[in-house]
Design a protein around this ligand. Structure first.
Ligand SMILES: CC(C)(COP(=O)(O)O)[C@@H](O)C(=O)NCCC(=O)N[C@@H](CSSC[C@H](N)C(=O)O)C(=O)O
Length: 345
């Protein structure tokens, strides 16, 4: 007998198999990697964000400052696909930014200069520990003699995070660059990649952002908010595939860099094969595969000409809240050191 206070909600209407098959047209062919003509078409027809010049200047100064250092570009968070120019509605890609923000911290602690290209308002290195929602910073505060103080039990932990945060700032090791839409992301990724080109093998790309695969091209996007008619009307969307620029990054934008991409799946049966397929299509150095539902506890390294290698947290490590990035990042750094050595030989 349900307590009277629990209002009964109608069960979620699940699409019948027939409806589900019709809802999404999967007949669209799998796109080949983008060619130069696709790159030119895309960037000529999709205007650059108005702030790109200033962002490029910031990035050039940062790379110049660290020109003899290892520099990693970490991308983090999901890109959006606006449905109107005056955007009210958009399609979003799932990502809280935890993978990217946590990974950036471990790269910083291993001496890398970090360019953090992130979804605006997603989690950031260091402040992620006390974000507005998951771990509200107010829960760590107390009132004492009319003053706000950090609770005694949190002092040590917070002091450690604060010292790391300040150290990264004082040594100018962390550059925070935001994006929101898929178009802002692609323009910014290409710009940063070309600025990193002179760094050669000491540049590392860690592409953890959840990037849109489909978008509404400028020729078809409505200017104003899409209206919904009284009585209901279907919204049929006709999206174009986002060009697969990963191979342009490998071949042209930053040819000497080591490039790591992430493959996100929900079906364990296809994860490794899809990761290997991406590696073969883009000819980069490593795909880190992860499943949405277990991404915090296990990942798989897929490299050319070698069997896949799973990294999993043990039950004890999960119990102790070990972050899997504390295992991932040192493993990627080992591969990057070998990449740099090979480039020198
Ligand atoms: C997003 C997560 C799962 C992290 O989650 P949070 O910690 O909550 O942030 C990340 O680990 C990941 O898999 N990121 C990559 C996800 C992704 O979209 N990967 C693309 C490939 S890289 S996007 C490049 C473009 N689509 C192309 O193929 O050129 C894919 O799986 O298809």
């Amino acid at each position: 007998m349900e307590p009277h206070s629990h209002k009964r909600f109608p069960p979620t209407r699940r699409l019948s198999t027939g409806e589900r098959e019709q809802t999404i047209d999967r007949s669209a062919p799998v796109l080949p990697p983008a060619l130069e003509i696709d790159e030119n078409n895309y960037f000529e027809n999709n205007a650059a964000p108005e702030y790109l010049g200033e962002l490029a200047q910031q990035c050039e100064e940062f790379v110049q400052f660290h020109s003899s250092n290892r520099i990693v570009l970490v991308t983090s968070g999901g890109t959006t696909v606006p449905l109107e120019n005056q955007t009210v509605r958009f399609i979003d890609n799932f990502s809280a930014g935890t993978r990217g923000a946590t990974s950036a911290e471990y790269y910083l602690e291993n001496g890398y200069a970090v360019i953090f290209l992130h979804r605006q308002f997603s989690l950031l290195p260091y402040s992620r520990h006390y974000s507005h929602s998951t771990n509200c910073f107010l829960d760590f505060m107390e009132e004492k003699n009319e003053q706000v103080v950090v609770g005694q039990q949190y002092q040590q932990e917070m002091l450690t995070v604060l010292r790391k945060y300040r150290s990264a700032q004082e040594r100018n090791l962390l550059l925070l660059l935001p994006f929101t839409t898929i178009n802002q992301y692609l323009h910014t990724l290409r710009t940063i990649s070309m600025i990193l080109k002179p760094i050669g093998s000491r540049a590392l790309f860690y592409l953890a952002a959840a990037v849109s695969d489909f978008f509404v091209p400028p020729s078809r996007i409505p200017e104003h908010k899409i209206q919904s008619q009284a009585g209901g009307n279907k919204l049929i969307m006709d999206l174009d595939p986002v060009p697969k620029f990963l191979n342009r990054l490998v071949e042209k934008w930053a040819p000497g860099a080591m490039i790591i991409s992430f493959k996100l799946e929900t079906d364990a049966n296809i994860l490794v094969s899809k990761a290997r397929q991406a590696l073969e299509r883009y000819s980069h150095q490593l795909v880190i595969g992860n499943l949405l539902q277990t991404r915090k506890h296990e990942i798989v390294f897929v490299e050319p000409d070698s069997p896949e290698n799973w990294i999993r947290l043990s039950p004890e490590q999960i119990e102790m809240e070990v972050e899997i990035e504390s295992l991932i990042i040192p493993a990627t750094i080992e591969l990057h050191s070998a990449w740099i050595k090979k480039a020198k030989d």
